[in-house]
Design a protein around this ligand. Sequence first.
Ligand SMILES: Nc1nc2c(c(=O)[nH]1)N[C@H]1C(S)=C(S)[C@@H](COP(=O)(O)O)O[C@H]1N2
Ligand SMILES: [Mo]
Length: 512
Amino acid sequence: MRASIRAGLSGVAAAAVAIGAAELVAVLTGALSAPLVAVGGVVVDHVPAPVKDFGIQVFGVHDKTALLVGTGVLLAGYAWAVGVLARHRWPLAIIGIGLFGAVGAGAAITRAGAGPAAVLPSLIGAVLAVLVLSHLRRGWETAEPGPAEENAGARDAYGEGSRRRFLRDLGIVAAVAAAGGVVGRMLTSRRAVDAARQAVALPVAAGPPPVVPAGAQVSGAVPYVTPNSEFYRIDTTLVSPQVDPAEWELRIHGMVRNPITLTWDDVLRRPMVERYVTLACVSNEVGGDLIGNALWLGTPIKDLLDEADPLPGADQVVQRSVDGWTCGAPTSVLRDGRDALLAVGMNGEPLPVAHGFPVRMIVPGLYGYVSACKWITEIELTRFADFDAYWVPRGWSALAPVKTQSRIDTPRKGASRRAGPVTVAGVAWAQHRGIAKVEVQVDDGPWQEAALAPAVSSDTWRQWSLTWPASAGRHTLRVRATDLDGVTQTADRAAPDPDGATGWHAVTVDID
Ligand SMILES: Nc1nc2c(c(=O)[nH]1)N[C@H]1C(S)=C(S)[C@@H](COP(=O)(O)O)O[C@H]1N2
Ligand SMILES: [Mo]
């Protein structure tokens, strides 16, 4: 490889380090102080309107991506030139890097709300670029021993096998730069979205807030309303998508007469209702805790679907998340009058990021994987025959109403108690049908009816309790529920796959 190519590549690698390091520093000094964002912002603010319109026309929604790619190409060209310059004119190269840092710092300091610290990402990036370039430079002139006598010392430093060593160093530098950039960008966008979330003023629901009846909470059972921090979390993402509500959009399209696009403000202006709904995961094992009950604030999805006006035959509503995940629910279920919500609030707060901020769906009576899309950005009317949502080709059912289930929360499995009256308590759920009866069996004795606590609605779980006169020894307690359709939970044990676990929850306790 020719020395000038090595020099050019080194220049680009040094620039990458500068950008990557700057992204990391910007986590502390603010998103707008990262040089790429700062310079991009200045360009966008000053570009003449016709040029901007042209950009939007040509690149459409990808105009920002185009701007970033364009900036990246220009930057790489500049960095290459600086690297080549560094071969014979080292001081000039340093000035070149300094200029680069100055432009970044200058742009950052003019951005809204910038303090003196806004110059740090660019300056620290520039200093690191000089260090990296001066290190890589030691591997240049060994490529073709020639007249580059001023680099004789450098040749000694690398000696034989220089090509491999140079490439190795270049690779390490590039990897470190990329990692720094990605991590920095991730942390920065997390902070930005956290700030946007804090700033949200949730709309007020029409009608009086739902009331949790006195006595809905039974001692020994889980909290009737699950706090956000304890609400189970299930999704396919490694890191929660960070969605800026200002840039968020929801498209309702496909087999509809009137496609609709909603912005965040459009959603907030729609009529809002607040409902308790118990959400369950299909993967919940018998006795498991992948279930929670929250107060959801949202706008009825039925009205939106009515406005979109589905075509005959559009039997599936596919919901798509910003990360491409999909789920599909029957159109008929979403329009049957139940409180299926496009939700923006959870227990009085904007949705937590992990639970779908800014907007998700909640459908009473369906498992989450077919109905509760978080970070939703698309609703597409289609046919079940035409589209399989994410989990369907992976072996899970396309249709997944929640199965009637019950769980013993106290005593816990393996607990010990004194002989005498022991409280047995827990929860039971059959969303959108409602719980009619809960029964407990001790060992092989008769089924005894537990006392049912009131519930907010048929869409929420219901707590129950029973006082058991416990005698010494090891005992097994079982629970089963009957829903308001009159169906009692089957004893047959089935795994969650493909449409929800069945069987009775049992715990063994020692009484002494
Ligand atoms: N975007 C997206 N939404 C999703 C999922 C997902 O993987 N990605 N998982 C679903 C599943 S399987 C369940 S059970 C619920 C869980 O919601 P929670 O994490 O708020 O409890 O979200 C649903 N929504
Ligand atoms: Mo789930």
